[in-house]
Design a binder for this molecule. Structure first.
Ligand code: SF4
Ligand code: SF4
Length: 346
């Protein structure tokens, strides 16, 4: 596939034309002193120099609340599918890798058509990181660059972007970019230098082992006192789950209208740190203790999900949980490093 360059002004013209078209365009924008993904109404609002978004872009493939089917009480039901195309602009490589992991998880076993329809209708314009966020540790997790999942990857090289098209959809979009020309060797080497810099610059926390070692480390750490120690300060607020690009658990509920004739089934984000997450019929909660819930999150990231997706660690080092946790206990690196020094395997 092609590698081109466009000036920033030309790229803005391209985004303006997208915004004026009839498809939905979602872009990263400033929100007070932070950044958030939202419907883009003006190309000037796009901020590809952002550090990190408050919520990850996964909400466009797995929305916070989503209707799955509608039904008549005692009658028929119909699946509700979202097939509206959308363009998502500004996904960082670590968030792209998180979406790639979810693609794999929602494809395997029971194919999740609700997730996959949204995903297949989404065009992703990703971008390499320009400004490291205060808690990012993608350097440790090998997630500073992404190789797949996006249609286009942009790299800021000063007054222009290097534009790598990775799919047919991406190629078609590049053709719509005014003034796009084949990238010169100089532009490509500037892009490579920017990526090389990110390999070491996105490192606010340093993991003391290779990510691939985490499943083995956790095998020995189930009874470690760290889970109790940390969980003593845990509010069970679930913020670490809600901001995480790789958390994908949801709750399913039926809602009947006031007329008692019709209703809908929806799913909404859930979180394993919330007290009732593991409550089942009969009001039994198989992770009643805070320490059990706290441990479960770290095991999901470092052991259970990797077991489902070829050993890939389900923490991409975005650092959002570190920022979101009021108690300052959610940092995965701090926990894994402590286990490294205190377990016999470390
Ligand atoms: S954000 Fe912190 S306090 Fe809240 S559930 Fe997660 S670990 Fe506990
Ligand atoms: S566990 Fe924390 S740092 Fe890792 S992907 Fe989730 S929010 Fe980001």
């Amino acid at each position: 596939m092609s590698v081109s360059t466009v000036t920033k002004e030309q790229f803005k013209q391209f985004v303006s034309a997208l915004v004026d078209s009839d498809q939905s365009v979602i872009g990263i924008q400033a929100k007070d002193d932070k950044f958030a993904f939202g419907e883009l109404n003006n190309a000037d609002d796009l901020r590809l120099d952002y550090d990190v978004s408050i919520l990850p872009p996964k909400k466009y493939v797995l929305p916070q609340k989503e209707t799955l089917l509608s039904f008549e009480v005692g009658g028929d039901s119909q699946t509700v599918q979202n097939t509206a195309p959308a363009v998502l602009i500004g996904v960082h490589p670590y968030d792209m890798i998180a979406i790639n992991q979810m693609d794999e998880l929602f494809r395997q076993g029971e194919y999740d058509s609700h997730y996959m329809n949204r995903r297949n209708n989404l065009t992703i314009i990703a971008c390499d990181v320009v400004t490291p966020s205060k808690n990012v540790f993608a350097s440790s997790m090998n997630t500073t660059t992404a190789e797949s999942g996006f249609d286009i990857m942009l790299t800021d090289i000063g007054d222009a972007y290097v534009v790598e098209a990775a799919t047919e959809k991406g190629e078609a979009l590049v053709k719509q970019m005014p003034g796009a020309v084949e990238a010169t060797p100089d532009a490509v080497s500037k892009r490579n230098a920017a990526r090389e810099k990110n390999e070491t610059a996105l490192d606010q926390h340093k993991l003391d082992c290779k990510p691939a070692f985490l499943p083995k480390l956790l095998e020995k750490a189930y009874e470690h006192p760290i889970w109790e120690e940390k969980a003593r300060l845990c509010y069970s607020c679930g913020s670490c789950n809600q901001v995480c690009p790789t958390c994908y658990c949801f709750d399913v509920q039926d809602e009947v209208e006031w007329d008692m004739k019709s209703g809908c089934r929806y799913r909404a984000w859930d979180g394993c740190l919330l007290q009732n997450f593991a409550t089942v019929a009969g009001n039994h909660n198989f992770r009643q203790k805070r320490a059990d819930r706290f441990r479960h999150r770290l095991y999901r990231k470092g052991k259970y999900v990797p077991g489902k997706i070829d050993g890939e660690i389900a923490c991409v080092g975005c650092g959002r949980c570190i920022t979101a946790c009021t108690s300052k206990i959610a940092n995965p690196v701090e926990i894994y490093n402590a286990l490294m020094t205190e377990t016999e395997i470390g």
